[in-house]
Design a protein around this ligand. Structure first.
Ligand code: A3P
Length: 354
């Protein structure tokens, strides 16, 4: 008989802990993690997919080579079947916890800067959360399995997804739709996920430890993971099709915000004019979308997303580079270094400023 892996053994223990310490009501889980109310098509598919215990108290299923929660799978299937890309669409793609919220705000402010002058009273970013302004295809628009009818949305449509490149709806790959990919170093991404999961778990008493979650991460069992496949596929696309895919890094935006914002504007064919630069528009956008500004807005302190059932404040924690150093043991660090070296070998991709 095959010896159980560390993950299987640990997972068995954590499942036992959950069963004995908490009989959690699924109603307490955020809406996007609840497993009831799924379409028959989705239930049928789930019954044949490989399954693992998820990071929070729902399961992860392996679909088209990546791991995903059941409710989100329903949104994925629906958007793969129904989403019609337009050449003018701009889609932001990220691994979860890579700075999606930040880039959504930068993207929205940049594209709409003529319509909504920066810091103008009632600027949408001052009263709404970025996830409501740049909606996710699978978490929001197609989440309930219906076609949201996006044909009347104003152009360009700003959308987002966590989908791996090979699972994007066909039309996205074939059209002139622009993809903006944001990558973050895996150490901080993991720590950010750990905190995010803990926030959602607060009410559920799941006792999964950081070491257990780290093993899941290293083995690729993470929403939309393996992390490496996700990043490397978009990295390769950005080299092969530089006019279609822009590859940005969280750390580079932190270190060189002006340069990276201007790069984004040029890629999207809306570069800053000399007048705008002289008027300080680039700095204003960066200031309005800064962690300090966004995280202190009323909507982000006390608001909650009705579509996924999560308080907006959980999307704002520290917003820093290198917080992993406060959590990683020497062993974790060595293990991840080894994996990074192996996975990135020959790709030309490097994680900077860690
Ligand atoms: P930390 O947990 O490391 O603080 P996502 O939006 O993909 O869920 O990623 C969340 C991460 O982005 C969190 O990282 C969060 O604090 C950080 N973040 C959110 N808004 C930010 C901003 N305006 N500037 C920099 N980082 C931000």
């Amino acid at each position: 008989m095959r010896k159980p892996s560390i993950i299987q053994t640990r997972r068995k223990h954590s499942i036992l802990k959950i069963m004995t310490t908490s009989q959690t009501s699924p109603l307490l889980l955020p809406k996007y993690l609840q497993e009831d109310d799924l379409s028959e098509e989705c239930k049928k598919l789930l019954s044949v997919l490989p399954k693992e215990k998820g990071w929070i108290e729902s399961n992860l299923y392996k679909y088209q080579g990546f791991w995903i929660e059941s409710r989100i799978l329903q949104g994925v299937i629906s958007c793969q079947q129904q989403f019609q890309a337009q050449d003018s669409d701009i889609i932001l793609v990220t691994n979860p916890k890579s700075g999606t919220t930040w880039l959504k705000s930068l993207l929205f402010a940049l594209i709409n800067r003529k319509k909504y002058p920066i810091f103008e009273q009632n600027h949408p970013l001052l009263v709404k959360n970025p996830h409501d302004l740049v909606p996710s295809l699978e978490f929001r628009l197609y989440a309930d399995g219906h076609d949201p009818n996006l044909s009347s949305s104003t152009s360009p449509r700003l959308l987002s997804t966590h989908l791996p490149f090979t699972s994007l709806p066909n039309f996205v790959q074939d059209s002139r739709t622009k993809l903006v990919y944001l990558c973050r170093n895996p150490r901080d991404t993991f720590i950010s996920m750990w905190h995010f999961a803990n926030n959602l778990r607060l009410h559920h008493k799941d006792t999964t430890t950081i070491e257990e979650m780290f093993d899941f991460f290293c083995e690729g069992v993470v929403p939309f993971g393996p992390f490496w496949n996700h990043v490397l596929d978009y990295w390769k696309q950005s080299i092969e099709k530089p006019n279609k895919v822009l590859f940005l890094m969280y750390e580079e935006i932190k270190v060189q915000p002006k340069l990276q914002l201007k790069r984004l504007a040029e890629f999207l064919k809306c570069p800053f004019s000399i007048e705008e630069e002289n008027q300080g528009v680039v700095d204003q956008i960066l200031r309005m979308c800064s962690f300090e500004n966004l995280s202190n807005l009323e909507v982000n302190k006390n608001g909650k997303s009705s579509s996924i059932g999560i308080e907006y404040k959980v999307f704002f924690r520290k917003g820093e580079i290198g917080d992993w150093k406060n959590y990683f043991t020497k062993e974790m660090s060595a293990k991840l270094n080894h994996i990074i070296e192996q996975k990135l070998e020959g790709s030309g991709l490097r994680f900077l400023y860690i």
